[in-house]
Design a protein around this ligand. Structure first.
Ligand SMILES: [Zn+2]
Length: 401
C-alpha cells in the first residue's frame, strides 16, 4: 500500500507532493555534485499544511516525509516515490526513521525551550536517509517566542533539511513564518471517502463506517473513534439528547454541569492512563531510592513534569468539551435543514425523532440563534474562560422560545 493511500479525498495535494518528492531526488543529486538546486523545482525546504480538523494534515505530512525517504529501487526506473514497502517508507510511517522527527503535543502551547532543541536537531545532516525531515504537527501552538526561534531555522535551512508544519489555517501561523513556506490546503474529505477508508484500512463493517462518517461530517479521526469506541458513542448519544432537556432554567443548569463534568472525567481518565507511569519513569530516571526519596536537586524536574501534566489535563478537558459542542452544532444544523425543507443528507439521521421534535417546535430564526450560541461558546472557551460559566450561558440560550 503506497504511503499516499491514507490521504483521503486529497487528490490535488497528493499530486503536488508526489511531484515534489520526485524533484527532491534531483536536489540531492545536484547537491552531491556541488551544483545549485535546480530552477523551477517543485521541491522546497519549508511546507505548511493547513486544513480543517480531521482533514488529515498530519497524515499528509507523514506521507510526504515517507516519500522523501523512499528508497525503492523502482524509483530509478521512474516509479512514484512513496512505495510504502521499502525500509525508508516503512520506518517513517511507524515512527522509527532516524532522520524523521515528528513533534506532536498534547499541551496548549510549544515553548522556546522545545523549539530551540528542534532547531538544533534541524542543523544536523541526515544520518542515513536523503533528508532530515521535521514534522511539526501543531505549528499553531508555538508561542510567539518559539515562533521567532523557528523563523531563523526556516529562513536559512540546512541544505538537506525539510520542515513540514501543520496548522488549521494560515492565520494560525506567524506571518513571517508562513511567508517562507509553500502552502498546501487540505479540504474536508467527502463522507463517502471517509467511510471507504474505515472499511478498507480499519476493517470496519460498511454500515457502521457509513454511519460514523456521516455523523462526524468528514472528520477521519473522530469517525474512526465513533466506529470503534463504545464510550465515544455513548458520549455522543448523551450530547444529542441535550436539546430536549433545556426546557427550563433548572434543566439548562443541570445539562451544563453534566457536559463540563463529562469533559473533566475524560481528562481524568487520560491523566490516570499516562501521568502515573510518566511520573514513575521520571523518578526512576532521576535515581529515586527504594523508599521513594528523591536525590537532592531533582525537585525542579519533578515540578516541571507536574506542570506539564496539569496543562495536558486542561487541554484534554477543553478538547473533549469542544467535541461535544461540535456534535451540538451538527444537531442544530440538521434541525435547520429540516425546517428549510432542504434535501441534504442529515448528519444525525439516527436521532431523527429528536430532530423532528425540535424542528416542529421552533423557527429557522430560533435555530440560527442557537447555532450562534454554540459557536460563541466554543470561541469563549478558547479564551480560557471558566468552562461552566460559558457552557451555562450557552444552554440558557438554547432554551425554547
Ligand atoms: Zn518506499
Amino acid at each position: 500500500m503506497a504511503v499516499w493511500d491514507d490521504m483521503v479525498g486529497q487528490e490535488r495535494v497528493r499530486t503536488q507532493l508526489c511531484a515534489a518528492a520526485r524533484d527532491a531526488d534531483t536536489h540531492v543529486t545536484a547537491q552531491a555534485q556541488g551544483a545549485p538546486a535546480p530552477a523551477a523545482s517543485k521541491m522546497t525546504h519549508a511546507w505548511l499544511f493547513t486544513g480543517p480538523p480531521g482533514s488529515g494534515r498530519a497524515t499528509a505530512a507523514r506521507a510526504f516525509a515517507a516519500a522523501l525517504q523512499c528508497t525503492s529501487p523502482d524509483r530509478a526506473l521512474g516509479g512514484a516515490p512513496g512505495c510504502g514497502f521499502c525500509d525508508g517508507c516503512h520506518t517513517t510511517l511507524v515512527g522509527t526513521h532516524a532522520d524523521v522527527e515528528v513533534i506532536r503535543t498534547d499541551l496548549l502551547s510549544i515553548g522556546v525551550k522545545e523549539t530551540r532543541e528542534l532547531v538544533r536537531r534541524a542543523q544536523l545532516s541526515p544520518a542515513g536517509g536523503r533528508w532530515q525531515v521535521i514534522v511539526l504537527e501543531d505549528a499553531d501552538r508555538l508561542t510567539e517566542g518559539a515562533g521567532n526561534v523557528l523563523l531563523k531555522a526556516v529562513e536559512e535551512p540546512a541544505p538537506r533539511t525539510v520542515w513540514l508544519l501543520c496548522a488549521p489555517s494560515l492565520e494560525d501561523v506567524l506571518p513571517t513564518i508562513r511567508s517562507r513556506c509553500r502552502h498546501l490546503t487540505l479540504r474536508t474529505p467527502p463522507v463517502s471517502a471517509v467511510a471507504d477508508v474505515l472499511v478498507r484500512r480499519d476493517g470496519i463493517e460498511p454500515e457502521v463506517a457509513a454511519a460514523a462518517a456521516r455523523a462526524t461530517q468528514g472528520h477521519i479521526g473522530r469517525a474512526r473513534r465513533l466506529a470503534t469506541d463504545e464510550r465515544a458513542r455513548a458520549r455522543r448519544a448523551t450530547v444529542l439528547k441535550l436539546p430536549l432537556r433545556v426546557e427550563d432554567i433548572g434543566g439548562c443548569l443541570k445539562a451544563a454541569q453534566e457536559l463540563v463534568d463529562a469533559a473533566a472525567e475524560d481528562a481524568k481518565q487520560v491523566a490516570e492512563e499516562i501521568d502515573v507511569k510518566e511520573t514513575e519513569d521520571l523518578k526512576a530516571a532521576l535515581g529515586a531510592s527504594a523508599g521513594g526519596r528523591m536525590p537532592r536537586g531533582t525537585a525542579g524536574a519533578v515540578k516541571e513534569l507536574e506542570d506539564k501534566q496539569k496543562r495536558r489535563r486542561t487541554r484534554t478537558q477543553r478538547d473533549s468539551l469542544d467535541l461535544a459542542l461540535s456534535d451540538l452544532t451538527g444537531f442544530y444544523r440538521d434541525v435547520l435543514a429540516l425546517q428549510m425543507g432542504s434535501r441534504v443528507q442529515l448528519a444525525n439521521e439516527d436521532v431523527r425523532d429528536a430532530l423532528d421534535r425540535i424542528a416542529r417546535g421552533s423557527t429557522p430564526e430560533g435555530t440560527l440563534r442557537r447555532i450562534e450560541a454554540v459557536v460563541a461558546c466554543r470561541e469563549v472557551l478558547d479564551r480560557n474562560v471558566a468552562p461552566l460559566l460559558a457552557v451555562e450561558a450557552m444552554t440558557m440560550a438554547l432554551r425554547a422560545g
